[in-house]
Design a protein. Structure first.
Length: 364
């Protein structure tokens, strides 16, 4: 008989334990879990190396959605654009395909009036949506019939909620209004309702014609200017230079030239819908993963190129997308608030259209 668990077995038991929290009354003082240095594997797999370089020996592998505790952060020589490595169990992992996450539980709203919508963000590493039907009753979305792709909802993703119900465990759950897949339900303690003042317009006194944006595809930077003076600058991840990704797809290369912000959506389901629809098939991620709840989206082309928040990688400074401009979530939120057209949550809309802030995209 074995006296020790393998790491894979330990992870499986740990995931079951964390999963059980979703079906227990939330008692924030009942445990003391340090989540200050936890990362989620945000791609199929990430290797652990014996040293902070991919030229070192591989000592292990972690897989999608596994949670890894980080002991230390190391600044190495490579890669130049993103030299940060994490010291973890067994060695070192590069941060490019890892997401820093937390476990933050929330008090649910007491009531949502009919016809009222709220924006809410996920505050746990991931949570499983459920579907409620007359035929099958309550079912986790990844077990519902005729649904081909059912990813969880991830930390920092943003979603519209429009109803409060009693969930399958008897606790308050929110109904999610998804722009591609209708509605489904989630544990309300896993979502923080975003207050309107959190994304009130930035420098609204500056005329629209005095704001502009430069995106340098060579340096992978986005720069916001007012009266030709820099007010904000950040690293981005643009599209991977290449041809079409399929017979009915568009190039993954980010277009260059002059554009304007055309439409703003604080929460957008990117990729194919669960029902296989081709609507919205300009994927934001290089590996083609379905991405519900992409945050703070500002579209600047008719075919779907946009700036937006990113919860599936931490590799800014290098091309990573299918043509969009990936930004850190907090940076995308700033740009959403600063740029025109102004989005007013009080209107209760899921989008805002209009000829907005000019964007110049170029190679230096």
């Amino acid at each position: 008989m074995r006296s020790k668990l393998s790491r894979r077995e330990f992870l499986k038991l740990s995931s079951l334990a964390f999963g059980g929290l979703a079906f227990s009354p939330f008692q924030p003082d009942s445990f003391n879990f340090d989540d200050s240095t936890v990362v989620r594997v945000a791609t199929d797999s990430v290797s652990v190396y014996s040293g902070p370089s991919d030229e070192n020996r591989i000592t292990g592998t972690w897989f999608r959605d596994e949670l890894v505790h980080v002991y230390d952060e190391i600044i190495a020589n490579e890669p130049k654009h993103n030299p940060v490595w994490y010291r973890v169990w067994g060695g070192y992992m590069h941060r490019s395909r890892l997401q820093r996450v937390k476990f933050l539980y929330n008090n649910p709203l007491e009531f949502i009036p009919e016809g009222k919508r709220h924006l809410a963000e996920v505050t746990v590493p991931f949570t499983q949506p459920w579907r409620l039907t007359k035929t099958y009753g309550w079912q986790p979305l990844n077990m519902a019939p005729n649904l081909s792709t059912n990813p969880p909802m991830y930390y920092e993703s943003v979603h519209w909620i429009d109803a409060l119900v009693e969930g399958p465990n008897g606790d308050p759950w929110y109904r999610i209004l998804d722009d591609l897949d209708g509605s489904y339900y989630v544990d309300a303690t896993h979502f923080r309702v975003i207050q309107p003042e959190e994304f009130s317009p930035i420098s609204p006194e500056v005329p629209k014609e005095s704001k502009r944006v430069e995106i340098n595809l060579t340096s992978q930077t986005l720069t916001a200017l007012e009266y030709d003076k820099i007010v904000f600058q950040t690293k981005i991840a643009s599209g991977i230079v290449g041809g079409p990704t399929g017979p009915n797809s568009i190039s993954t290369t980010t277009p260059f030239g002059d554009f304007n912000v055309q439409e703003k959506m604080p929460a957008k389901h990117m990729g194919f819908s669960y029902y296989g629809s081709t609507k919205g098939n300009l994927l934001a991620d290089a590996d083609g993963y379905v991405l519900p709840g992409v945050s703070w989206t500002c579209f600047f082309t008719e075919v779907g190129h946009a700036t937006h928040g990113t919860y599936w990688h931490d590799n800014f400074g290098a091309p990573m997308s299918h043509g969009c401009i990936n930004m850190r979530s907090e940076d995308a939120k700033w740009f959403f608030r600063w740029s025109h057209p102004v989005f007013d949550l009080a209107e209760g809309k899921i989008y805002k259209r209009g000829l907005g802030t000019p964007i110049e995209i170029y190679y230096a």
